[in-house]
Design a protein around this ligand. Structure first.
Ligand SMILES: Cc1cc2nc3c(=O)[nH]c(=O)nc-3n(C[C@H](O)[C@H](O)[C@H](O)COP(=O)(O)OP(=O)(O)OC[C@H]3O[C@@H](n4cnc5c(N)ncnc54)[C@H](O)[C@@H]3O)c2cc1C
Length: 434
């Protein structure tokens, strides 16, 4: 074989995986469709959580940090309630980050090739043995890190049970602009998140400080009739801020539970290509890097044991991912579907009444678990402020979160048991409303 591992896509997920596999002494080829200078050129809020980086074992290069983040302010639609949530992280120079991560992979021996679009996979006797673009290149394993719009997983045999399509209702269309001289300026160190179910239904509007610059945008869940995120972003900014818009771009993000299976014979998927994004925040850089770490451990282990790793040899990636991050993602997918169905009045009520408070939101963000403030609920009922349908919806959602977490904590230890588990997971999630 020409390479031990070919990685398709050299963005944050692919480059991190390339470094982790190459530094263990394996022969890695990192392929990227774009020219090297444009790899990190991506529509993004540019925010990364410190905890996510730690879990992924990634040291953020100092030169790409634009601002140290200490927390986030969440504003209710009527702006009367503001939750200040603590949480450390960074906003980054995304273009610079893309470049540095590839260089780090190259520095430990990974070979990098840009302007190489992978068109298809080399599948022989039911095993992926390489990729095909302008050339055919062979490897023992292929890692698909080619993002949300990947077409590669569509080429895989159905019997591996790897999902091929992300439904529109499980994705967010988002747009952002970079603004110089934002006025009024953002408070340094704090991300600002505005809930507004009219302008950003099923998503949110953000304004993130990036040193001298600001990153402002919004996301909308693609359910039913939804606004154009680019027009909605510009329209919203006009009413709130002034400043010089330097650049703008948009993209879609998968915001669902992870794929039930992320491995096949000779192939694994990571990052957006495997839907590893946080369903509520839409943050996928850190979780993509975590998936890169876990898949790298599984691939290198498998390569030490067998010549051509198959599903069973790579299965440990699924097991570890589901039990660490997948379980939280599944819980947050339930929470996301609950949030989508709320209107602005519901959110104003939920935030101002104390049913949802800073602690509920922080716990949900950290663990995925949603615990209702029952003391507050009793107080609200006594004050005659009750909104029975809202309270019932919250209770149902909290129960559904528990069920989702139970399903993911029962994730099977082998591919043989997967169809039964997957049926249980699908039966549950397919019956949850949007
Ligand atoms: C507007 C917006 C704002 C966001 N804000 C944030 C945020 O603030 N924080 C956060 O954590 N996440 C955010 N996200 C999500 C985040 O950007 C993604 O989850 C993350 O970039 C996924 O990284 P990835 O490496 O898995 O995939 P990608 O970044 O999509 O990279 C895939 C790479 O593969 C290459 N490629 C694709 N197909 C091929 C092929 N056939 N052959 C060769 N190469 C190929 C692509 O060119 C690309 O470089 C945001 C997303 C959007 C759209």
């Amino acid at each position: 074989m020409e390479y031990d591992v070919i990685i398709v896509g050299a963005a944050t997920t692919g480059a991190v995986a390339a470094k982790k596999i190459a530094e263990k002494g394996f022969k890695v080829l990192l392929l990227e469709a774009k020219p090297k200078s444009r790899i990190g050129d991506k529509a993004c809020g540019d925010a990364i959580g410190e905890e996510d980086l730690k879990k992924a074992g990634v040291n953020l290069p100092k030169e790409v940090i634009r601002e140290r983040i200490l927390g986030a302010d969440l504003l209710s639609p009527d702006k009367k309630t503001v939750f200040r949530i603590k949480g450390y992280g960074y906003t980054v120079d995304r273009l610079g980050l893309g470049k540095v991560l590839v260089e780090e992979a190259e520095s430990v021996g990974a070979k990098f090739m840009d302007n190489f679009h992978v068109d298809s996979l080399l599948l022989n006797d039911g095993v992926v043995r390489g990729v095909k673009g302008k050339d055919e290149i062979h490897s023992r394993v292929v890692l698909d890190a080619s993002g949300n719009k990947t077409r590669l997983r569509g080429l895989l045999p159905d019997e591996w049970g790897i999902e091929k399509v992300i439904e529109k209702k499980d994705a967010v269309a988002a747009y952002r602009v970079i603004i110089d001289n934002l006025n009024p300026p953002l408070e340094s160190g704090y991300l600002k998140i505005f809930f507004d179910q009219t302008r950003s239904p099923g998503g949110y509007i953000w304004a993130f400080p990036e040193g001298k610059l600001s990153n402002v945008g919004l996301g909308v869940t693609m359910v039913g009739k939804y606004p154009n995120p680019k027009l909605a972003t510009h329209e919203w900014i006009k009413n709130v801020y002034t400043g010089t818009i330097l650049t703008g771009s948009g993209d879609t993000v998968p915001t669902r539970r992870p794929f039930g299976n992320m491995v096949g014979n000779g192939i694994a998927l990571a990052g957006d290509a495997a839907a590893t994004v946080n369903p509520v925040t839409g943050g996928g850089i850190g979780s993509g890097m975590l998936s890169a770490k876990l898949v790298s451990e599984s691939i290198t282990q498998a390569l030490q044991n067998v010549d051509a790793p198959k599903i069973d040899d790579l299965w440990s990636y699924n097991v570890v991912y589901m039990k660490t991050y997948g379980i939280k993602q599944a819980a947050l997918d339930v929470f996301r579907r609950f949030l989508i169905r709320l209107n602005d009045d519901d959110i104003n009520f939920g935030m101002s009444s104390g049913i949802m408070d800073e602690k509920t939101v922080t716990d949900a963000a950290i663990t995925g678990q949603v615990k209702i403030n029952l003391r507050k609920e009793a107080e609200i009922v006594l004050k005659g402020l009750k909104r029975p349908s809202m309270l019932l919806k919250i209770k149902q959602m909290a129960d559904d979160v528990k069920t989702a977490m139970q399903i993911y904590s029962d994730y099977p230890s082998s591919f043989r048991e997967y169809p039964e588990w997957n049926k249980r997971a699908e039966d549950f999630f397919n019956n949850l409303p949007y």
